[in-house]
Write a protein that binds this ligand. Sequence first.
Ligand code: ZN
Length: 274
Amino acid sequence: MHVKPIKMRWLTGGVNYSYLLTTQDRSKSWLIDSAEVAEVLPHLSNSEMDSIEAIVNTHHHYDHAGGNIAMLAALKKQIGRTVKVIAGSGNSPAASDIPKHLQRYSLGDLEITCIRTPCHTQDSVCYHVKDSDTNEQALFTGDTLFTAGCGRFFEGTAEEMDTALNDRIPKGVQEPNWNITRVFPGHEYTKSNVKFVRKAVYPNLGDNKSFDELEKFCEGHEVTTGHFTLTDEMQFNPFMKLNDPLVRKAVSDHKNAFTHAQVMNQLRKMKNAA
Ligand SMILES: [Zn+2]
C-alpha cells in the first residue's frame, strides 16, 4: 500500500493531515479527511484522482469532513463520476455509507476494518488497513489516538475513551498485527504531546525508554505520522498505559485505587490545562 500524508491548515495552526491511501498497484484509492480542498488538490495527480473510490471521514468535525461536498464536485469534474462518502454518521456532509463497528471494506488487495471509537465525537471511526499483497498495515485514527496522546472528549466520557484506546482499537487490530500496524493520526500533535508527557508523566530520562526514543525522534523530525506502530503507542502513550505506576503517580493515585476511567479523566484534564 501507499500512504501519502497531505498537510492541511499548517499555516493557521491546525496541523491537520489528509491522507491518500492507495493500493500497491496504484489502481484504487481512498481519500481520507480531505477537508481543505484547495490545499489537497495540488497534491493529487490526474491518475491519483482517477483512482479514488471514496472520500472517507474519521469524524464529522469541519477540519476533517468540511471539504466533502467541494471535493465531490472537484472529482466529478476531473474524473466524471461521483464517489462514495464513507463516514461515521450523517453529520458528515454527503455521507453515503455509515459503517457499523467492525464492518469491512475491500479496496483492491486492501482489506479495511472500521473500528467505531466514540468519544471525541460519537461518530469517530478508526480505519485499520491490511495489505494482503505486501503484508503492510496501517491505522487511521483521526482525533481519537494521537502519537503519545489522545483527542479531547467533546462528545463522550473518559470511560468511552478508555474503551476506544484500550479495548476497541487493540481488539479491532488484533494482537499479532500490533507491531506492524503504523499509526496515522488526524493532526501532527506529537511534539506538544511529548512536551506534556515529559513534564507530567515521565520527568526523567530512563523512566520510559520508548518515550525517550520518541522524544529524540521529534527533535529531528517535523513529521512523525506513520513512523510509529500501535505497539510503540502501547509502550509510550500514557493514555494507553493506565496501569503504569508512573502514570498513576502523575494523576496522584497514590493508593492505586482509581478505575481506568478515573485515570483517563485526570490525565486528559491535566493535558487540557497544560
Ligand atoms: Zn476533531
